[in-house]
Write a protein that binds this ligand. Structure first.
Ligand SMILES: Cc1cc2nc3c(=O)[nH]c(=O)nc-3n(C[C@H](O)[C@H](O)[C@H](O)COP(=O)(O)OP(=O)(O)OC[C@H]3O[C@@H](n4cnc5c(N)ncnc54)[C@H](O)[C@@H]3O)c2cc1C
Length: 391
């Protein structure tokens, strides 16, 4: 078994690092935990586009590079290690584009895919509703056919980035009388500037405006904005979720915190002794290193499975469940090692690493929920991995 990367892949990693080192020096962004999702820069995304790093795995006929998912994993690993501001394009690149390639109409492929590749358009994902999260089949937002368009009414919630995106990719009910709830759902692309759309901020417990409520009040949407087949939306989403769960960001989003922590204990003293000599501190960091390396292997296994042309359903569930729980353990360990200073939030002059430990502690909870909660992922692992019956 050979785990090593090819010369080409190592070259790609170096090229990405050189690019990011140069951007970092120019002040284009700063390395802070969660920076990759909080920072939204169309200019930065345009530069990535010019490098061919948006749509990297897409077929050439749709403007992609036909790179492998391992190439994309290398790219993402470096972007997240540097916390580069990829919020503008990253959902479109990872999920929206591949979904249009699989299920979209000829017109959607011709008009939307080039805009994603060129960083000219940004998407939010509107699946969850107040009464439909894990149980997505309970979606109630409705689309009623009227002439050459649909009328949308309802509400989405926890919609990341809807306050900055141009469009929302959403799941709505097109057949309220379907015998089975999951058979009455369809996917639509909705312009967030349409009359009748209201985006209302939700501030998360880390004090950040990252997600929103989105309300639809008689919003008129052209019929051609439906993606794929009417009433097949749920099946389409299930395939798309595997791409979402496959992302390496699950493990790497708090990596800077780990690096800061290791450097911190090398320099700082507690009770007159270097912290790095404290057996408890050493033990904790070594344990985190073991877990980090395990998580990294899971991430590469998912990328490899995708590269083989298989959907990593079980592997992605395992990877996301493990890695997001690792992030919780990492930020928990950071706040413990830093003592009371670890509780200081960004903005405090006494906070080590600009308050990243406290901020990550608060953010890490949400990672175990978004894109499928750990409990739901464990259900997938039990059924698809262990062959246990539905619980
Ligand atoms: C930071 C963040 C960003 C998000 N961004 C988006 C976004 O951009 N777009 C979007 O559509 N949604 C987004 N979400 C919503 C996310 O997808 C949902 O929070 C998630 O699917 C869980 O749904 P819920 O919150 O309704 O919780 P529920 O589904 O109500 O779950 C509540 C609890 O019950 C448990 N549970 C539920 N069902 C089962 C079961 N069958 N077996 C065992 N336990 C179960 C869950 O694990 C959880 O602990 C985001 C969430 C977060 C935290």
């Amino acid at each position: 078994m050979d785990f090593s990367l090819t010369d080409e892949q190592n070259k790609l990693r170096q090229e990405v690092r050189d690019f990011l080192d140069q951007k970092l020096k120019s002040g284009a962004f700063q390395i802070t935990s969660n920076g990759w999702i909080e920072s939204f820069s169309q200019d930065f995304s345009r530069e990535m586009s010019r490098k061919g790093w948006i749509g990297m795995t897409w077929p050439k006929e749709f403007g992609g590079q036909e790179g492998t998912y391992l190439d994309r994993a290398i790219l993402m690993e470096e972007m997240l290690r540097y916390q580069a501001p990829i919020g503008y394009h990253f959902l479109s690149d990872r999920q929206v584009g591949p979904a249009i390639i699989h299920f979209g109409s000829k017109d959607q492929k011709e008009t939307i895919l080039p805009k994603i590749i060129n960083a000219e358009v940004s998407f939010a994902l509107g699946f969850s509703e107040p009464d439909a999260g894990s149980d997505l089949v309970s979606v109630r937002t409705s689309a009623t056919e009227e002439g050459d368009h649909y009328i949308i009414n309802g509400q989405k919630v926890w919609t990341t980035g809807a306050h900055r995106a141009d469009y929302i990719w959403t799941l709505v009910r097109t057949d309220p009388n379907a015998a089975k709830k999951h058979k009455g759902l369809s996917e639509f692309i909705i312009d967030l500037k349409s009359p009748g759309v209201t985006v209302r901020p939700i501030i998360n417990m880390a004090g950040v405006h990252s997600f929103n409520e989105v309300f639809f009040d008689n919003v008129k949407v052209p019929k051609e904005n439906m993606v794929g087949e009417k009433n097949r939306g749920f099946y389409q989403i299930m395939a798309q979720m595997d791409y979402e769960r496959a992302g390496l960001e699950r493990l790497m989003q708090n990596y800077p915190l780990f690096e800061y922590l290791v450097e911190y204990v090398k320099k700082e003293k507690r009770n007159g002794e270097p912290m790095c000599k404290d057996p408890k501190v050493r033990n904790t960091l070594a344990q985190l290193e073991i877990e980090y390396q395990i998580g990294r292997l899971f991430c590469y296994q998912v990328a490899w499975t995708l590269t083989q042309g298989r959907l990593p359903n079980y592997e992605a569930a395992l990877c996301k469940a493990y890695c997001t729980q690792f992030e919780k353990r990492l930020s928990d360990a950071a706040t413990r090692i830093l003592g009371l200073y670890g509780q200081l939030m960004p903005g405090s002059k006494w906070a080590p690493f600009q308050g990243d430990a406290a901020s990550s502690y608060l953010w890490s909870v949400s990672y175990t929920l978004q894109g499928g909660t750990v409990e739901v992922l464990k259900n997938i692992i039990a059924m698809r991995g262990l062959g246990l019956p539905l619980g």
